[in-house]
Design a protein around this ligand. Structure first.
Ligand code: E4P
Length: 217
């Protein structure tokens, strides 16, 4: 399973990247706002740090404008993936940018039908949003399963990038289904390391070790 980090927080990316856990990064306009940085400047910094694909999102609504913005973003670095929304214009932009040799991440996918269109339009990645479906009492993990089945049935090469991940359980569930990639906030990735029995076991070992009166080194 490839791990993308869903943030524009450079220090959080650096911490995970130093452990070799970062296969790529996804950003969006809300994450750029949260980082409080200039999009070109922060995206360039991330691209220099991370070897894998770094998604940068267009904000225009018309295909021609998305294509223009996408080409501008792609000039930031070779590992830029242009992120376009799953609208009809976004699909047109996806086809044009993909034909022009750019990696494209089609975002805001909420149905298998949308995912089929993205694959047909030459998307490198499709980003189904799990958490936002759960928010409206639908099952986001089911969407990943449906897309996996359909893509495998027809040999579509578009990679499934499970997005809007809120919990460790989301990561495990989409991993069992066989998502190609997950993108998750740094705190969710870090919380994969925690377990109540690990904490309990460590406390016991620490207490018993103190009773031995020994030291290592
Ligand atoms: C994906 O690329 C998006 O940036 C992200 O996963 C959205 O997550 P959210 O629904 O938690 O905002």
């Amino acid at each position: 399973m490839k791990f993308f980090v869903d943030t524009a927080d450079v220090s959080a990316i650096r911490e995970l990247n130093e452990l070799g856990m970062v296969d790529g990064v996804t950003t969006n306009p809300s994450l750029i706002l949260k980082a409080g940085r200039d999009i070109t400047e922060v995206t360039r910094e991330i691209c220099e740090m991370v070897d894998g694909p770094v998604s940068a999102e267009v904000v225009a609504e018309k295909a021609d404008d998305m294509i223009r913005e996408g080409k501008t973003l792609a000039k930031i670095a070779d590992n830029i993936t242009v992120k376009v929304p799953l609208t009809w214009d976004g699909l047109k932009a996806c086809r044009a940018l993909s034909d022009d040799g750019h990696m494209v991440n089609v975002t805001l996918c909420f149905s298998p039908a949308q995912a089929i269109l993205a694959a047909k339009a030459g998307a490198t990645f499709i980003s189904p949003f799990i958490g936002r479906l759960d928010d409206i009492h639908l099952d986001g993990v089911d969407l990943i399963e449906d897309i996996r089945t359909i893509y495998d049935n027809y040999g579509y090469e578009t990679q499934i990038l499970a997005a809007s991940i809120r919990t460790v359980n989301h990561i495990i569930e989409v991993g069992k289904i066989g998502t190609d990639v997950i993108t998750a906030p740094p705190n969710v990735i870090k919380s994969m390391a925690t377990h109540v029995l690990t904490d309990k076991g460590l406390a016991q070992f620490t207490a018993d070790w103190a009773k031995t009166g020994q030291k290592i080194g």
